[in-house]
Ligand binder design. Structure first.
Ligand code: ADP
Length: 513
């Protein structure tokens, strides 16, 4: 069973598939090259044969006369004139006479000047002498043609040897009559050469293929080894050892890029794991405090309270803690919905001046109650492409923080400024300020600047307001900054894309500060 699975894995594996593709490509390429080469060789051999036959025909024409011969009663004969002492000439003529024929214009072979028999070689006889009617047709065709005409034919001897015949017209020097002269040559050697070539390739291709495939398999294996190493390293990484990284090989190749990408992904995963861990730790801590308090109040009611007033007080305190608990749960739910993308912004062109003006108006009563002067400095017009509910939530959070952390007699100022590509909203107070070391953390969930007692009081808030503000700014492609001097005051500065300008023209890269 497992062996079967091993086989299946082998065949499905990248290494196997690479080798197969490589082998197929190799076969196609080799066969293609072999066939092209064979075709080229065949043409070359054929051209050579034709050239040889043309040369033979020209030589034959040169050495031969067609004229009346006395011994044969002045019959027109074909006579060969060559120096039989010259070995070269003899070889050429004897070679030519192996396959040849000479016929008159009526298609009848004329006699040989030596033997008196028809000038047709025995081999020509064997391959089949042309019929007189055929020769007549050829002669007519050639004499009608303005250019010298060549006739090619393929024949076979009784032994199956292939012969090519080249025919043409020769005019008698004496009386100008046309004669059909043909020479032939066997090309069995050419056929054999081509056959040998085919056999060699038929033997070489499978051998090369097997060798090439083995080499391909080995090379694919070598190339894939680092991939397997990466996969094994990746397998070892789990939630508990996310700090592990896959070592790069320093080759700077695609695989290193893959490893780097993979490592970056693990880094991001580690960060979100860490965030999740921190979040659950924070949440359980935050929930534990009011739950312990409620338990305490209920124990008081159960074990020590005696009068109705004592019961009422214990119940009242428990209820206050339950309120805080549900406040935390609500805020957390909202924040997690926001951060997981479940809150979809309902953006519209928003008159920010109007929104800020309304909210400052609403906050006048608590500001007066706290003895803080709340003012607004607004331009004539200021708009942004934004979600009204979220922008109101953001300003409310900032304003309530400013009022909360500004002592009696202080001042809180809201201002709006319009720039070509962004609008700037500032909330400034001259309250207690935030120590520099806490500034980087104030946007974290549940983060409250310590120093005002250990246990959080309802006035102190949940430490979630600024996290929400940060999310709202980010969701609007904006940027938030904070400047603060302990004892002197704090200033939150928010930049949002101007509704009038294209958002891509605004340089607010960086999101939340
Ligand atoms: P909270 O709900 O406690 O106000 P936030 O997330 O809104 O939580 O703020 C985080 C912490 O930042 C606050 O607990 C407070 O210590 C500090 N903070 C925020 N705004 C101001 C401000 N205007 N002046 C001084 N401290 C501030």
């Amino acid at each position: 069973m497992s062996r079967k699975r091993d086989f299946r894995r082998l065949f499905r594996g990248l290494r196997f598939r690479l080798t197969i593709s490589y082998a197929v490509l190799f076969t196609v390429l080799l066969t293609g090259v072999a066939l092209a080469f064979r075709a080229r060789l065949a043409t070359k051999l054929d051209d050579q044969l034709q050239e040889e036959l043309n040369a033979d025909w020209a030589a034959m024409k040169g050495y031969m006369r067609i004229e009346p011969v006395l011994e044969f009663g002045n019959k027109i004969c074909s006579a060969w004139y060559y120096d039989d002492k010259d070995p070269d000439e003899t070889t050429i003529v004897l070679d030519t006479r192996k396959i040849y024929m000479v016929a008159d214009q009526y298609g009848n072979p004329i006699p040989d000047s030596v033997t008196g028999k028809p000038a047709v070689s025995t081999t020509y006889d064997d391959v089949g002498v042309d019929k007189p009617a055929d020769i007549r047709k050829k002669v007519m065709e050639a004499t009608a043609s303005p250019k010298p005409k060549i006739f090619w034919e393929e024949r076979k001897t009784s032994d199956g040897e292939p012969v090519r015949i080249r025919g043409g017209i020769v005019y008698s020097e004496r009386h100008g009559a046309p004669y059909y002269v043909a020479v032939g040559a066997s090309y069995a050697d050419n056929v054999k050469t081509l056959r040998d070539y085919t056999w060699v390739f038929a033997a070489v291709i499978p051998g090369a293929l097997i060798l090439g495939s083995l080499l391909g398999y080995y090379m694919a294996g070598r190339a894939l080894t680092p991939v397997l190493a990466v996969a094994q390293a990746a397998q070892r990484i789990s939630g508990s050892n996310l700090s592990m990284r896959i070592p790069t090989r320093g080759a700077g190749d695609e695989l290193d890029t893959l490893i780097l990408t993979f490592n970056r992904m693990i880094e991001r995963l580690e960060a979100s794991f860490q965030q999740m861990r921190q979040f659950s730790a924070d949440v359980s801590h935050e929930l534990r405090t009011p739950i312990t308090a409620i338990r305490g109040q209920l124990e008081v009611a159960l074990f020590t309270a005696q009068t109705t007033d004592q019961y009422r007080e214990a119940m009242f305190n428990a209820l206050t803690d339950i309120d805080r608990l549900s406040q935390i749960v609500r805020a957390l739910l909202l924040l997690s919905q926001a951060e997981s993308g479940q809150i979809v912004l309902q953006k519209s062109r928003l008159n920010l001046c109007e929104v800020v003006d309304d909210l400052v108006e609403q906050f006048q009563i608590p500001a007066e109650a706290a003895g803080v002067r709340l003012t607004a400095e607004l331009p004539a017009e200021c708009s942004a492409e934004a979600d009204r509910v979220q922008i109101e939530r953001m300003i409310t959070n900032l304003l309530s923080n400013a009022l909360k952390f500004t002592p009696e007699g202080g001042a809180v100022k809201m201002s709006l400024q319009v720039h070509p590509s962004f609008v700037e909203l500032a909330v400034e107070d001259n309250g207690r300020g935030i120590p520099t070391e806490h500034l980087p953390h104030i946007f974290d969930r549940f983060y409250r600047v310590p120093g005002q007692g250990t246990a959080p009081t309802p006035e102190q808030g949940l430490g979630l307001g600024l996290s929400f503000v940060a999310w709202i700014v980010k969701a609007h492609n904006g940027k938030i900054e904070v400047e603060s001097t302990p004892g002197k005051g704090t200033r939150f500065l928010i930049r949002l894309p101007n509704a009038g300008a294209g958002s891509d023209t605004m340089d607010l890269a960086g999101g939340v500060a």
